[in-house]
Design a protein around this ligand. Sequence first.
Ligand SMILES: C[S@@+](CC[C@H](N)C(=O)[O-])C[C@H]1O[C@@H](n2cnc3c(N)ncnc32)[C@H](O)[C@@H]1O
Length: 310
Amino acid sequence: MDFIFNKKNNIFSKKEKKNNLKSEVKSHNKVKKYFLNEGENIDFLIMLGLMSEDGKIFKNSYNKFRQINKYLEFIDETIEELKSKNLIKNSLNVLDFGCGKSYLTFALYYYLKKFRQDFTFNIIGLDLKKDVIDFCNDLVKKLNYDNIKFINMDIKDFNGEEVDLVFSLHACNNATDYSLLKALELNSKAILAVPCCHHEFYDKISKNKSSPFYDNLKIMGENGIILEKFATLTTDSFRSLALELCGYKVKMVEFIDMEHTPKNILIKAIKSNPSKTYLKEKAEEYNNFKNFFNIEPMLEDLLKIYYKKS
Ligand SMILES: C[S@@+](CC[C@H](N)C(=O)[O-])C[C@H]1O[C@@H](n2cnc3c(N)ncnc32)[C@H](O)[C@@H]1O
């Protein structure tokens, strides 16, 4: 090993430095495994205009591509979790509420078909917009996919069989709450919701003169941008607690990196079997939270409907 002195008379080893550099490069070169990879011919990505025929992701589609891959990682984790908890065996019924142009719904199909041959599955995507649903059903035909269909309907009006997985990704404002209600009614084993546009709480807390935003939290109430962020976090915390009260284990995690979209809180709820004591504690926590904000969330009205039916 050669030891040399640098200008500041600090001793270091030439060889060691080189080796360190190598391992750094090595660690940078570690390639993460993704479900979808550039260079592969991925039919739905080509048809949706994200990938060229020769497998290149178009420059302005990279964010979407990363988002889809990240989403598939969540799906994979969730399926493994459901399997390990014996909540599902070898079939999967999936509902995607507010599916939009359905990049993620088609990605889910591709993932199940290619990577989960241990499952039979059915997927339904649902959206208010007729043109979007026509587009998706047309694409299903072109891609020759089976066991997947799209329905033009309001989430509120959907009735169906029991499901295993309900998605509600970036469904606007209270559409998320209707998705949660439906997921509960259909006894979904898992719910993955990434809420979007939290107008309900923003309006309620900014207009409610007896909310803490006119008192102890005044500084937050006086600044729209802060209140908006706070409304988002408060709404999703309410949703999380409400799902816990309905017998789910809930985690709120980051869906995709902030730089890609600010709407990135994923509410992940997995059906569980909570004890009465746990539910009592959660009910108390929910009531305290609600009293603190002095607010009546719409989700609570929906849950009353759910409790009446069940
Ligand atoms: C922002 S897009 C998200 C699309 C897709 N889930 C995604 O993440 O790429 C929200 C979609 O939810 C649909 N939507 C909103 N409210 C709805 C409702 N009550 N019933 C059905 N669809 C709804 C809208 O039409 C829109 O296509």
